[in-house]
Design a protein around this ligand. Structure first.
Ligand SMILES: Cc1ncc(COP(=O)(O)O)c(C=O)c1O
Length: 413
């Protein structure tokens, strides 16, 4: 068995006990299953088997080098959202032709570096940005591959903070403007339009909006072909959700079955930018209970040593994560609020969760912490960045050590 499961009573990652890892490296800490990442990648890649496609892992979900290298080793490409992510991808071994560069508000330095690198494509967010890319390309005497990000005004049904495909969202350009912008590109000597990009948002758990977006970009590609603009591929972005609470959500093969019939008649290759789908379920944040006290609701607060600084999703979006005792004791179940130590009432991981009686010192695992966990980590209240452990083929390896106070203060004078 792979991933997180119980070996007897104790929670393990790919067969390695979480309590042993916590004893060696302290808490809080992130534990990743390399094989879970590979499994998720293969499921998506194989679902599109037989159709020209390329998976560009969205680095923003988790750009820890060891995680990124697992994906590099099995043939993924990447989607970068800043020059920092581009440089990281190069260090992880990706070629510029493996990288698409998305992002609202690219700076002149970022554009210039991206132009110099000759990436697979820059996903442009506006007509103004395309003009700046064109100028940067001409200054270097080159032509740059670009895709325009289209905002389709489709409601993906996800949390408003992570919805990106509605007109009120800041991303891309409305479809009505996209045609004219593509036509203009023909007369911009620094630009080579190669793709159409769309991304509706994150943690999307219904296929209908994703199908609508696919239909829209395929239609746009056909219209462009009629006016002489020939693109190579459509980039459907990322966004497919995972099940945080055990409820059924569409999987990679259902997603492929939903969009392939739309893509196939176009013959256009497809780029996919999954983040959460590949790494979300591959990590547990392992924490220790530091205090237990009564709460007025007849429950108890169990205060853990991990917080919104390691996993901000519950505080930011009210997101649900399963929480499990690493080794539950044989005792009566009681209701608990699992909270972190940060000085914010939103620093809470779960309300009214039932556990066999907990005690100070117990290890608690917060599951599905691989996406937008470590990547959104902070030093708020000055905890050090937590270490990261990658379990691979039965071996637990420290891939990021715990930050020290000196590390934390290194930039300060
Ligand atoms: C342009 C783009 N592509 C891909 C992703 C990855 O999304 P997810 O992790 O939901 O797959 C994001 C994140 O929202 C994004 O903004």
């Amino acid at each position: 068995m792979l991933g997180f499961f119980r070996d007897g009573t104790t929670l393990v990652c790919d067969g390695v006990r979480l309590d042993a890892i916590a004893r060696e490296h302290g808490t809080p800490l992130y534990v990743y299953s390399a094989e879970s990442i590979r499994r998720a990648y293969r499921a998506l890649d194989e679902a599109f088997n037989g159709y020209p496609h390329r998976v560009h892992y969205a680095l923003k979900a988790n750009s820890s080098l060891a995680v990124v290298r697992v994906l590099a080793d099995i043939g993924s490409a990447v989607d970068a959202n800043s020059i920092g992510e581009i440089e990281l991808a190069l260090r992880a071994g990706f070629q510029p032709s493996d990288i698409v560069f998305t992002g609202v508000g690219k700076t002149p330095d970022e554009i210039d570096r991206a132009v110099a690198l000759q990436l697979k494509a820059i996903n442009a967010e506006s007509a103004g940005e395309l003009e700046r890319i064109d100028r940067a390309a001409q200054a270097r005497g080159t032509r740059v591959r670009v895709a325009l990000r289209v905002n389709p005004d489709i409601n993906s049904g996800t949390h408003p903070h992570i919805s990106t495909g509605l007109h009120v969202n800041k991303f891309g350009v409305p479809l009505e403007q996209a045609r004219a912008i593509y036509r203009r590109m023909v007369s911009q000597p620094g630009l080579q339009p190669v793709g159409i990009h769309v991304h509706l948002g994150s943690q999307i758990v219904t296929l209908d909006p994703l199908q609508k977006a696919a239909s829209m970009v395929v239609r746009l590609a056909a219209e462009l072909r009629e006016v002489g603009v020939q693109i190579e591929y459509v980039d459907l972005g990322g966004g497919l959700g995972i099940s945080y609470d055990g409820s059924r959500v569409p999987d990679a093969s259902q997603y492929a079955s939903a969009v392939l019939p739309i893509l196939r008649p176009s013959g256009l290759a497809v780029v996919l930018e999954p983040g959460r789908l590949l790494v979300g379920a591959a990590c547990a944040l392992v924490t220790r209970i530091v205090d237990i006290k009564d709460s007025p609701g007849g429950r108890q607060f169990a205060v853990i040593d991990g917080s919104m600084t390691e996993l901000i999703r519950p505080a930011l979006y009210g997101a649900f994560h399963r929480i499990e005792a690493v080794t539950p004791r044989d005792a009566r179940e009681l209701p608990y609020d699992i909270v972190g130590p940060v000085c914010e009432s939103s620093d809470a991981f779960g309300q009214d969760r039932r556990f066999a009686a907990l005690e100070v010192g117990d290890l608690m695992a917060i599951l599905d912490a691989g996406a937008y966990g470590s990547a959104m980590g902070s030093n708020y209240n000055r905890p050090p960045f937590a270490p990261e452990i990658l379990v691979d083929r039965g071996r637990a390896r420290l891939v990021r050590r715990r930050q020290t106070l000196d590390d934390m203060l290194a930039l300060e004078q």
